[in-house]
Design a protein around this ligand. Structure first.
Ligand code: UDP
Length: 382
């Protein structure tokens, strides 16, 4: 199987990390084309996955932009479609990993007469996308895709509710190699000391800094927690949310949390830092499409509290494998942190249960097998 993967981003987000895992088994017979240069290209080179950057300038259509703004970028789209179609002749299948990749991949699949697979990592709802972009994604997927891989039931449902054809869809959760998360856990006490976090109850938040990821909710919740409770924010603004980053720093000062909050920026490996946490929280204020960090925290054997919406509902059974709290509810989040702070044995038991379940449900080997089978079927039926 020769696969041409397309991704619009030069940055390393959840969709891109998932793509690394999907493309790795095909690395002798695949190419990943990016529509923008950046750290993602370097990561793929490190992993020895063939990569080519098709444009140094990214295509300027944001998730919330209107169709007219989208049409404004047509000068970039047309040559890109031609380039992708030309490359696609050498491959059996085009695999679009993001929405802009779908737009270009759809037309290129028509020109090159290759089947198209669309990996849906987003919830196609008004909270995340403009009406025009939702319509565009659904229309193109319905018309051109042979398969839509939804990364959760939540993304599948939203796709169907937006008019997507149900029979095209298959839910495949992200896969993870448990060994990566297990080995790192050994470093925990030394790392905690090194970071000046000993004798602290460390609450970790691992996500790009963005208003909808809700880091501000955690800061507010901290003011209701005992002084020993300290937060580490791991991640950076990936898509121009600099203003939000400034607001977060300002809020830390305003709330008197300067000694209880640390910003770590983006980290290539999250497991060593997850290992120093007593609890990991997820605070998205809009439904999370999947929530890789939730599974990663579980694999690290750390208790997790997550906002009860979207994919998080499929990952956590509240009170059994973590805790779910109402999105944006500061008091509920603070209460859940307090439960873990005051009941370390309970938190440990729940984390162990979650770790066991996560290894069973999200093992990379099983996900790889399922993906290979699905892609093989698409090629055989074309
Ligand atoms: N992540 C990372 N370094 C950081 C912060 C986050 O590698 O400093 C990773 C995180 O471990 C997870 C991914 O970025 O694998 C984010 O995926 P998620 O599904 O949680 O959110 P998305 O970015 O897709 O909205």
């Amino acid at each position: 199987m020769k696969i041409l993967f397309l991704d619009q981003s030069g940055q390393i987000g959840g969709a891109e990390l998932c793509l690394v895992d999907i493309a790795r088994p095909f690395r002798d017979n695949c190419l990943i084309c990016l529509f923008a240069d950046g750290p993602f290209r370097k990561l793929l080179e490190e992993k020895k996955i063939p990569v080519r950057v098709l444009a140094n300038r990214s295509i300027r259509v944001r998730k919330q932009s209107s169709l007219m703004q989208g049409i404004g970028s047509i000068g970039v789209f047309t040559p890109m479609v031609a380039k992708v179609a030309e490359i696609a002749w050498e491959y059996d299948l085009i695999y679009a990993n993001t929405q802009k990749a779908l737009v270009i991949g759809a037309i290129a699949s028509l020109v090159a007469r290759r089947p198209l697979v669309y990996h849906l990592h987003d919830i196609l709802s008004a909270e995340h996308f403009s009406t025009a972009n939702r319509r565009l994604a659904v229309t193109l997927a319905n018309r051109f895709a042979s398969l839509v891989i939804a990364n959760s039931k939540a993304t599948q449902t939203a796709f169907i509710e937006a008019g997507g054809r149900p029979e095209l869809t298959e839910v495949v959760h992200n896969g993870f190699d448990p060994a990566i998360y297990h080995i790192q856990i050994q470093n925990s006490p030394q790392t905690k000391q090194h970071l000046g976090l000993e004798r602290r109850f460390v609450v970790g938040h691992f996500s790009r800094l963005s208003p909808w990821k809700g880091q501000h909710i955690l800061l507010e919740a901290l003011t209701h927690c005992p002084d020993e409770v300290t937060a580490i924010l791991v991640g950076d603004a990936l898509f121009g949310e600099k203003q939000y980053v400034e607001q977060l720093h300002q809020k830390v000062v305003e709330l008197g949390l300067s000694k209880r909050v640390q910003f770590f920026g983006f980290r290539g490996e999250v497991a060593p830092l997850m290992a120093v946490c007593d609890l990991i929280v997820h605070t998205s204020i809009a439904p999370e499409p999947f929530g890789r960090v939730i599974v990663e925290a579980m694999l690290c054997g750390r208790p997790v509290v997550a906002a009860a919406a979207g994919g998080a509902l499929e990952l956590i059974e509240s009170g059994k494998t973590g805790w779910l709290v109402e999105p944006e509810n500061i008091e509920e989040l603070a209460d859940a942190i307090a439960i873990c702070y005051h009941n370390p044995m309970l938190a440990k038991n729940i984390a162990q249960q979650a770790q066991k379940q996560a290894i069973e449900r999200f093992h990379l080997a099983a996900i790889e097998q399922k993906m290979t089978q699905l892609l093989r079927q698409v090629i055989d039926f074309h």
